[in-house]
Ligand binder design. Structure first.
Ligand code: GLN
Length: 486
């Protein structure tokens, strides 16, 4: 067994016992990246020097003694929409080529303060718009379990890096499923916290009323450990909520006996892969055997969620992305005459087709005469969806659903059909519209060997319960232990 096969928790224990040094763990990750990332392309940028320097500093802190955090010396990866001081950050877009942030995102600073070693920046869909990583301007990431297939998106690189044993954990962002869907397709655990639980200061904005940062890890306990360090009120993010942060590991092993789990009728609709449906039904039965009660619930407005999301998210994106105009950040078109041409040529050259599509959709939905019919209506639908969840979750501890309607699809299969791609988010985006926490965990494999993800949705700020429910399943069904063959 190689060092990179350890979970984050196992590594942390060995670091604390001084059986392994942070430099050794970091070198093991860098070697692994060198060995497999030519095939996987999970990383856009590896900061070898920075990581080794951070690891050496961690080892000297360890040498000095005293209490150290659980993340001390642990190598992690960061999605490329998180600002990293002095390290290029592109959001996988040409328009941010060469952009060196002058400061760290709060979540990055929190990880650094905890002593973590940051390996580099992971591949993603351009500006986090996509469900397959194929809109990345720098080439797609490949699913470690089947290299001709997508890892999911938009945090595909973060999920693939964790699955491929290139990092012990990662951060991603989730606007409509971008942590959970790639986690599902890559057999790792991914958590989207409650809106407001984690700071977004220094996170490149896509849709500000939906975006949330969260952890990806190989086990539930690893994800709980990461969440512990990033869940924090931040005065620099006006949407950050000053709620107390529980100990996310305290009740992990408490099981589900006596709990009520809801199965939303609308999440078992047509169009789902039968093997995915079977895995979720098997998981439901497993929970029943562990002492949980299953309840059928209804979220009647689910079928409007996709349409509402694909108005609200592009509307907010069109506004957020107005700042990329060639004046302040990244790319500037050459040989232009006048300011207007600077704007249009920079945006023409800098944005890829999916980002342009979103900007056009969003600008249209917000324009005079259409605002009421599209944007305002979508916001009303959003309220109905939130109420559906409030009602359903009043009677149960959590909801159990599939994460993605299908397992990993082939690269190239959906990229030319935006609607087919948008449909990948049908089970993940309602939770963002409602601001709720959601988690995806390994739920088994199809006959072809592709991972299937289970999704758990919970009440606001009830992440600890989702982790506990997830852990109960993981303990009896350790699908996460099946590593990809690379
Ligand atoms: N796939 C969805 C989209 O393209 C969600 C992306 C995300 O969560 N960032 O908008």
């Amino acid at each position: 067994m190689s060092l990179t096969d350890l979970t984050l928790q196992e590594l942390s224990t060995k670091l604390a016992a001084r059986e392994v040094s942070a430099v050794e763990a970091t070198r093991a990750c860098l070697d692994r990246i060198r060995a497999v990332d030519g095939q996987v392309h999970a990383f856009l940028r590896v900061d070898e020097q920075g990581a080794l320097a951070a690891a050496a500093a961690s080892d000297s802190r360890r040498g000095a003694g005293g209490a150290l955090s659980q993340l001390e010396g642990v190598p992690l990866a960061l999605k490329d929409n998180l600002l990293t001081e002095g390290l290029e950050t592109t959001c996988a877009s040409r328009i941010l080529g060469g952009f060196i942030p002058p400061y760290d995102a709060t979540v990055v600073r929190l990880l650094k303060d905890a002593g973590a070693v940051l390996l580099g920046k992971t591949n993603q869909d351009e500006f986090a718009m996509g469900s397959s990583n194929e809109t990345s301007a720098f080439g797609p990431c490949h699913n470690p379990y089947a290299l001709d297939r997508a890892p999911g998106g938009s945090s595909g690189g973060s999920a693939a890096a964790v699955a491929a044993r290139e990092a012990f954990g990662a951060l991603g962002t989730d606007t409509g499923g971008s942590i959970r869907q790639p986690a599902a397709l890559c057999n790792v655990v991914g958590l989207k916290p409650t809106y407001g639980r984690v700071s977004r200061f220094g996170v490149i904005a896509f849709a500000s009323s939906l975006d949330q940062v969260g952890p990806l890890g190989r086990t539930v306990a690893d994800v709980a450990a990461l969440l512990q360090f990033i869940a924090r009120h931040d005065a620099q993010d006006a949407t950050s909520v000053p709620a107390t942060v529980p100990d996310y590991s305290a009740e992990l092993e408490a099981g589900v006996a006596g709990m009520r789990l809801g199965l939303p009728r609308e999440y078992f609709a047509g169009g789902m892969d039968p093997e995915v449906e079977q895995a979720v039904r098997d998981a439901a039965r497993a929970y029943e055997q562990m002492g949980a009660t299953l309840v059928e619930v209804s979220l009647p407005h689910t079928r409007y969620a996709l349409a509402a999301y694909y108005l609200i998210a592009p509307a907010e994106a069109s506004s957020n992305l107005a700042r990329y105009d060639g004046v302040r950040y990244g790319l500037r078109a050459k040989g232009v005459r006048g300011l207007e041409e600077l704007y249009s040529r920079t945006r023409e050259e800098g944005f890829g087709p999916e980002v342009k599509r979103r900007i056009m959709l969003g600008t249209y939905a917000l324009s005079a005469g259409y605002y009421d019919a599209y944007y305002l209506k979508a916001q009303k639908v959003r309220t109905l969806i939130r109420r559906d969840f409030e009602q359903a979750l009043a009677g149960v501890d959590a909801l159990l659903t599939p994460t993605s309607p299908v397992p990993a699809f082939r690269l190239g299969e959906k990229v030319d059909d935006p609607l087919a791609m948008y449909l990948m988010d049908v089970f993940t985006l309602p939770c963002n519209l409602a601001g709720l926490p959601g988690l995806s965990l390994p739920g088994g494999f199809t006959r072809a060997g592709l991972p299937v993800g289970l999704q758990l949705l919970g009440r606001p700020f009830d992440e600890a319960r989702l982790l506990r429910v997830a852990r109960a399943f993981e303990r009896e069904h350790p699908f996460h232990a099946r590593a990809p063959q690379l």
